[in-house]
Ligand binder design. Sequence first.
Ligand SMILES: [Zn+2]
Length: 86
Amino acid sequence: MGCTKTSSSWACFAKNERSSSPYPMTDLVEHSFTCPACWATISMLLDFSEGAQTFVEDCEVCCRPLLISFDTKAGELGEFRVRSED
Ligand SMILES: [Zn+2]
């Protein structure tokens, strides 16, 4: 394919990006959001490798359980929702 580290490598990279994620094995993306229980801004690593997910995670500030759900589109965050579990 001739993908060498020359001036053409950027074009090659952009081409690959269309068909698959440039980082297929490391789909952890940091996402910041507001806790619906205490209104603190917290950040969390989301794993995009398995597509849409729903899980419960305790807020790192108020320790209340938060129901988090998100989906992904082409390796990027689609819809993100969070609500207090109680
Ligand atoms: Zn909180």
